[in-house]
Write a protein that binds this ligand. Structure first.
Ligand code: PLP
Length: 405
């Protein structure tokens, strides 16, 4: 069912040597590597089909327009949205959150209103809301973290006041690995007529997404976290919301008619895609989603959960190592601190062993504050990693301990 050696052959960069050692790439929560299929799709576009989209009657423009619009359909199917009109191509999760903040929430948010987020959000799902709250004299409210890295959802009924105009939470934490019970959050928010945005930046690559089953109002993700190029991502938003939202960026392609007196906006989704979009990114994204569908997300989930269990067991045997984030329902992210050693030193020593881990606050400073630590070392696994690599990482952690006394 799952031939890991064949999978690894699809990713040419995995053959790289780093400092003379075979590369072990476990920084997948930051960005994933690209399979040959995606590289070929982008290269093929440039070689055979590239032109600007939508505006041209000529052969190449029609060809690239068809590819771009078929990429939208691929995204729609991948997350099971009801219509292609509900898929907006954006730069990534960050831009999608900013779009919702400015186009959806800004016009309806008043002084004293509240936006509910959680303590485990990525800065991308904090700052756009914070900026908007400041502008509107509204307030940011926080669902707190429990010690094991789960959200304290017992407080949700109290936090969902009639002042809350939107809930924005992550599906899966990039620092802790926690998979949140977003269905329950959505259900409780909807019972009070409060819309919900789900940050799917991490979840998109690790388990199947069905936005209709989730019943979320908005879902955002970035292509580069799911083996696609960077600079492309998607916003899913319910058609009813998109129809009433005003675009927050103006420019070419998002209009039907322009005069100096008045502009008539294009229909959805185009009215939210001002300017020439990332055509090659969208086509690369579609290719990545097709690739993942062919491997099968259910097989990927199973394999990654095996890797997670294996790595957790190995790391737990290291004296002085403390796991940060031990929720029962986790994706394949393992953050840890090592007694007496700064994560930056761990990262540097690991790098000399050819191991790419990430050290720092992972754009989640409130999580670091919660645990009263400056940073963690994060091993984020995906389906091209192996148990043998986890053994190498465990040995490298022991080496760090020896070197750092
Ligand atoms: N949300 C989460 C949970 C993330 O992990 C990330 C990136 O690390 C983002 C949002 C932002 O993604 P991007 O920088 O691709 O817009």
């Amino acid at each position: 069912m799952f031939d890991i050696q064949n999978i690894r052959k699809d990713f040419p960069i995995l053959q790289t040597k780093a400092h003379g050692k075979p590369l072990i790439y476990v920084d997948n929560a930051a960005s994933t590597q690209k399979p040959q299929q995606v590289i070929d799709a982008v290269s093929d576009l440039y070689q055979n089909s590239y032109a600007n989209i939508h505006r041209g009657v000529h052969y190449l423009s029609q060809k690239s327009t068809a590819l771009y619009e078929s990429a939208r359909e691929t995204v729609q199917k991948f997350i099971h949205a009801g219509s292609v009109k509900e898929i907006i191509f954006v730069r990534g999760a960050t831009e999608a959150v900013n779009l919702v903040a400015n186009s959806y929430l800004a016009p309806i948010l008043g002084a004293g209103d509240e936006i509910l987020i959680s303590e485990m959000e990525h800065h991308s799902n904090i700052i756009p809301w914070q900026m908007l709250a400041e502008r509107k004299k509204a307030q940011l409210k926080i669902i707190p973290l429990l010690e094991n890295g789960e959200l304290d959802l017992t407080l949700l009924p109290k936090l969902l006041t009639e002042r809350v105009k939107l809930v924005a939470v992550t599906h899966m934490s990039n620092s802790l690995g926690t998979i949140n019970n977003v269905s329950s959050i959505i259900e409780q928010a909807h019972a009070r007529n409060i819309p919900v945005l789900i940050d799917g930046a991490q979840s998109i690559a690790h388990f199947p997404i069905d936005v209709q089953a989730l019943d979320c109002d908005f879902f955002v993700f970035s292509g580069h976290k799911i083996y696609a190029p960077s600079g492309i991502g998607a916003l899913y938003a319910r058609e009813e919301h998109l129809k009433s939202m005003r675009p927050y960026q103006g420019g070419g392609d998002m209009i039907l008619n322009v005069s100096f007196e008045k502009t008539e906006f294009n229909e959805i989704p185009y009215k939210f895609e001002a300017g020439t979009p990332n055509i090659e990114g969208a086509i690369g994204l579609a290719s990545a989603l097709n690739y993942i569908s062919a491997v099968g997300l259910s097989v990927i989930v199973q394999y990654e959960q095996e890797l997670l269990a294996y790595a957790t067991e190995k790391f737990e045997t290291v004296a002085g190592l403390r796991l940060i984030g031990t929720a029962p329902n986790k994706g394949s992210v393992i953050s840890f601190v090592l007694e007496g050693v700064h994560p930056h030193d761990i990262g540097t020593i690991m790098d000399m062993e050819g191991i790419a881990v990430r050290t720092g606050h992972h754009c989640t400073q409130p999580i670091m504050d919660h645990y009263n630590i400056p940073a963690t070392t994060r091993v984020s696994l995906c389906f091209y990693n192996t148990k043998a690599e986890i053994d190498e990482i465990t040995s490298a952690i022991h080496k760090v301990k020896e070197l750092m006394g």
